[in-house]
Design a protein around this ligand. Structure first.
Ligand code: ATP
Length: 252
């Protein structure tokens, strides 16, 4: 496997003493370049903690996380922030946008803070992404003047501004209606087909069915995984059935 991201024996604990929570109990995971991996599991099983640990958004208690040859836990905060900004993209259930900026400025903001002062270039890049994601024309809208689906598309544009190698997505369709969720998932599949690896946390088997591989977490461990292969829309129902069977097998 041509690995882009790897976690070796990753441990994450929260709190101490009687309040100690073992959120990750020595997780091993490898994600290949350009792979689309979904993470499923019961509430509290460690899905978000895994995503935060593997993306360096949160420190780990033990083990190692590597993006390519870079061991994230060995980096100082500034270098880590730089890796996150230049090589990773993030999308969340609720896109965190700055309310005093319009959609365009929100999209180009992280790329601009990388030191690229060329606003015209950034605007062109943002325009291309906005076209690809179906929100061209909304550049000057306020973040309160667009729908939830449009805001999530803007969040995706922002995450793709620096052409990340991997996109981390925590329940990106959780706040959307089913039509918008479908559209966002089709978009993520396209982005993946263009070469960006994706690690996506979801509760929804239909969403996970679009991934190349599904990891199932329970009590802070990956207890099984389901290889599905590359997505083909014709197979969506059969893949959904496989995911459901995988969930049932681990008691989700
Ligand atoms: N900041 C924190 N402080 C203390 N405990 C935490 C913290 N964050 C997560 N936990 C605990 O770690 C465990 C794993 O949480 P995590 O959020 O990763 O689960 P999850 O599978 O993503 O859940 P959900 O599906 O409900 O979002 C849970 O027991 C949770 O209560």
């Amino acid at each position: 496997m041509n690995t882009i991201l790897s976690g070796k024996n990753v441990v994450k604990t929260f709190g101490k003493g009687n309040d100690l929570v073992n959120a990750l109990n020595g997780v091993n995971v490898d994600i290949a370049k350009g792979e689309f991996v979904a993470v499923m599991g019961p509430s509290g099983s460690g899905k978000s903690t895994l995503l935060f640990a593997l993306s360096g958004m949160d420190g780990i208690t033990g083990g190692a996380v590597k993006l390519g040859d870079i061991e994230l836990s060995k980096l100082h905060e500034k270098a880590l922030a730089n890796v996150r900004r230049t090589q990773m993209g993030f999308i969340f259930q609720q896109p965190t946008m700055l309310r005093n900026l319009n959609i365009l400025d929100n999209i180009i903001l992280p790329a601009a803070s990388k030191g690229k002062k060329d606003r015209e270039k950034l605007t062109q890049k943002a325009a291309a992404l906005m076209k690809q994601t179906g929100i061209a024309g909304l550049e000057n809208r306020d973040t309160t003047e667009v729908s939830g689906g449009q805001l999530q598309r803007a969040g995706i544009c922002r995450a793709l501004m620096n052409a990340p190698e991997i996109l981390f997505a925590d329940e990106p369709t959780g706040a959307l209606n089913s039509k918008s969720a479908e559209d966002i998932m089709s978009l993520l599949v396209t982005i993946n087909q263009e070469g960006t690896a994706i690690l996506l946390v979801t509760h929804d088997p239909k969403i996970a069915a679009r991934a190349d591989r599904v990891l199932f977490t329970k009590d802070g461990s990956i207890v099984s995984e389901l290889p599905l292969g590359k997505f083909n829309p014709r197979d969506i129902e059969a893949r959904g059935e496989q995911v459901l069977a995988g969930m049932a097998a681990v008691g989700i």
